[in-house]
Design a protein around this ligand. Structure first.
Ligand SMILES: Nc1nc2c(ncn2[C@@H]2O[C@H](COP(=O)(O)OP(=O)(O)OP(=O)(O)O)[C@@H](O)[C@H]2O)c(=O)[nH]1
Ligand SMILES: C[S@@+](CC[C@H](N)C(=O)[O-])C[C@H]1O[C@@H](n2cnc3c(N)ncnc32)[C@H](O)[C@@H]1O
Ligand code: SF4
Ligand code: SF4
Length: 382
């Protein structure tokens, strides 16, 4: 049974939480050709150092400024999604080798004082970290940070969100791949569908706007639900984001299970004739659309068939203190070890800056990625 009805229809235009990207402006000329691939790097490269107070540490050799840091708070999770991790689980870093709260805040402070203005907490499942409220409070007090976001599976979020909001969390992405509880249990190898729906409602009730709903689309699993997900946006301030299935170590990736952006878009356009492309922000991971008259929006994260690396502004700090400049780049450098051996901020900045300068222009394509050793997704955090 499809449980769209278990989400409350609420659509208010005003909100205490401004949308981070200017998704609301429809492109006025004829809708964009879906194969159009924009290069945004040049718009950043004009004179990035003059245009903003961002430190050279965050500028890569292609002129991309990295103002968005994703911090993985834990390698653990209360679900076991098939597309993210193997059934047998993953090797876990021992507790003493994980970053402490103080170390996370110290490193985050270094990034924010260098120009990072958006931090996303991820994992594993970030909400299972016991000190998440304190972490949010300390991070949201960092001068210069504009967005403190979370990506969560929503299992325990409904209960925790009011306090997290008080602690400064101002953007929420919730993962939900199916509207059918039995399919949820199959994909996540756990129960909990109703709790995720409850968390989406709670986030809407608390004024998060939009509440982003991340849906990894896999052939034969949920590709028949795409239009049901679009229906969620009719009366709710939800941004449904259909994500192309990506390969990671230990997941069940296979090109036959990948449903491409073009195929997903076809399905949506067939049922929702008035779907219009919106203007994306150059650093967006998503291509954004709205069905005429609908409250929410629909997006596609097209990492595999139309990558968006030219506008990349993202860096990653993993739970074990490793720093990763690209989701698919296997190279990592430890920030934990120099931090623990007493290296000062300038020393850390040198290590970070050198890694950022080594960042490649783009990922190497899905077939190469599938063959290259990386970490399981649950370690990286998306
Ligand atoms: N290829 C690629 N995929 C990414 C990147 N960042 C996030 N994603 C993927 O996008 C999907 C949604 O990720 P989220 O954690 O919601 O982050 P986000 O898309 O940056 O979210 P917003 O900041 O709200 O736009 C996940 O499948 C991520 O793995 C990136 O830098 N490169
Ligand atoms: C790794 S999870 C971590 C945060 C949290 N546990 C959650 O599920 O939202 C971050 C995001 O990555 C997405 N993701 C995981 N594995 C993926 C894959 N193989 N391809 C595409 N997206 C994936 C998830 O759906 C989720 O939206
Ligand atoms: S996608 Fe998120 S919820 Fe699912 S196993 Fe990975 S970390 Fe856990
Ligand atoms: S694949 Fe790497 S370069 Fe491309 S958008 Fe993702 S993190 Fe950035």
């Amino acid at each position: 049974m499809v449980s769209v009805r278990s989400l409350k229809p609420i659509c208010e235009s005003s909100s205490a939480f401004p949308s981070e990207s200017s998704n609301d402006q429809a492109i006025t000329s004829d809708s964009l050709d879906r194969s159009e691939s924009k290069t945004y790097a040049n718009s950043f490269a004009e004179d990035p150092l003059k245009a903003s107070p961002v430190s050279d540490m965050l500028l890569d050799s292609f002129g991309r400024l990295h103002t968005y840091l994703r911090i993985s708070l834990t390698e653990r999770c209360n679900l076991r999604c098939q597309y993210c991790m193997p059934a047998e689980g993953v090797d876990l870093t021992s507790n003493p080798l994980l970053l402490s709260q103080n170390e996370i805040v110290r490193l985050a402070n270094l990034f924010v004082s260098s120009g990072v203005d958006k931090i996303r907490l991820t994992g594993g499942e970030p909400t299972i970290r016991k000190d998440i409220e304190d972490i949010c409070l300390q991070l949201s007090n960092l001068k210069g940070l504009k967005t403190l976001a979370i990506t969560t599976n929503g299992i325990t979020l409904a209960r925790k969100l009011p306090k997290l909001k008080e602690c400064g969390l101002n953007a929420v992405n919730i993962s939900l791949d199916t509207l059918v509880p039995a399919k949820f249990e199959f994909m996540t190898r756990r129960k909990g569908h109703a709790k995720v729906m409850e968390s989406i409602n709670a986030a809407i009730d608390l004024g998060y706007n939009p509440v982003k709903v991340n849906c990894v689309v896999m052939r034969g699993f949920n590709d028949d639900e795409i239009c049901d997900f679009v229906e969620l946006t009719r009366e709710r301030p939800i941004n449904v984001r259909f994500i192309e299935f990506m390969p990671f170590d230990g997941n069940v990736w296979n090109v036959k299970k990948l449903v491409s952006y073009s195929e997903m878009l076809d399905k949506v356009e067939q049922q929702f004739k008035s779907l219009k492309r919106l203007r994306d922000h150059p650093t967006d991971t998503a291509k954004n659309f709205r069905v005429d008259g609908f409250c929410g929006t629909v997006s596609f994260i097209t990492s595999m068939t139309e990558h968006f690396c030219a506008g990349c502004n993202r860096l990653r700090l993993l739970a074990d203190g490793n720093f990763k400049v690209c989701l698919f780049g296997p190279s990592e450098v430890s920030l934990r070890d120099p931090l623990r051996s007493g290296v000062d901020d300038e020393g850390l900045k040198e290590i970070i800056g050198a890694a950022v300068k080594r960042k490649k222009a783009s990922h190497s394509g899905m077939f190469d990625i599938a063959k290259t050793a990386n970490r399981p997704m649950i370690h990286i955090g998306g």
